[in-house]
Design a protein around this ligand. Sequence first.
Ligand SMILES: [Zn+2]
Length: 473
Amino acid sequence: MGRVTDSGPPGLVPVDLLIRDAWIVTMDDERRIFRSGALAVTGDRIVAVGPSDDVARAVSAKETIDGSRFVLTPGFVNCHVHITGEPITRGYVPDDTDWRTNVFDWLIPTYMAQTPEDERLSAQLAAVEMLRTGTTCFIEAGTIMDLSGVVDVLGAIGIRGRLGQWVQDRAFAPDDDQAALTAAAIARLEDQIAQFPAAGDPLLAAWPCLVGHNTATDDLWRAATALAQANGLGVTAHMSPDPADPDFYLATTGRRPIAHLADIGALGGHLSLTHAIHLDGEEVALMAETGTHVTHCPMTAMKGAYGASTAGRFPELQAAGVGIQLGTDGNNNGNSADMMRAMYVMAGLFKDARRDSALFPAHQVLEAATLNGAAGARLGHAIGALKPGMKADFVAHDRDRPEWVPLLNVINQLVWSADGRGVHSVWVDGRRVVEGYRVTTIDEDRLFAQVEAAAPLIVARAGKSVPCAWPVL
Ligand SMILES: [Zn+2]
């Protein structure tokens, strides 16, 4: 309608937002870093990134923010996080449980004790924790009960994600009907994908989220793969955090898990395997050849005694060209959804284990948390870097904090000094969803009170108590 404010002065590009005079870590093709940079946004897209004066001269902004207090990075992509089940009972499982005890004696009874209302609270809490620590996009491990309810509340918060109710189909009980279980699991995947399609890069879309391990038949793997390939989606599944998975596949197929998945055509760029710690050399080579992604959850591995630092082949996966992406897993595994803490652990784990300081330098870890994660989420064309045309998903880290002073080596600082608690503001899809350390799209105080009230009831329904080595009076 020719409003002057929409078109701006002649010759200038009208934009909605200009942030100027910030440090900007672009993660673009040349990995440019600007000491005094500017970022311009219109709608959901970045329209310009560059030296502050150059960008400011070229645009007419509705809103201008002085970025001199900030380091801007792309939003982090958390490629494995349990948004239901665990955030709402964060950290109650004792930290001296091995993998089997953690999963079967604690997590599964806890999951079974929850209601759809608990799940929505849990998902909201997960989104708040992720956004406030700089994660703008996630891949869910798998909603347990009610995907629609979870999508509703996350849509209101405004985080980007790829999620789905998790599925498994293997008949474990003697009177289970294998064919019926498989048909039901495939039908569930098809329904979810039809209900929450990914075409057009919406904030939230459904994916095949397989529980993984030994719980899926070959027919389910093949169906999930075909659905993903036909719809431009990914598939996510847990695999080989523990030798139990290789033992199962060797006993039932004669092949290790990754080799068996290769045999049935399930590997490829659509697939993100979480953990993937207990691999052999052939499995590493197969993942590299097929472009299969691995989601490294270093905090979970360390706390859960999975053996990543002793048995893990992450340096070999990196050397072979496998896209290593990062995940934080569950709040009773790694316990924190802060990707910056996961970056710290990833950067240090193998330096120490192999006594080789050249392993996983900070810049490589930052690629894992941004570019590799975006590729794993099948969104490498839209997120993971700050470039014109990309979605405006970015984070403003607050330099007005001791861990950011002095600012000399911004990449070292991001990985080794700072953590998610220094995230001041976050934009997703051009919308400022965190401002001044608070999520703008939900009443945080109310949410925290609701979670505090619900958690003890879940623990009681699960028949558990909260152990502590010391008296809690
Ligand atoms: Zn998991």
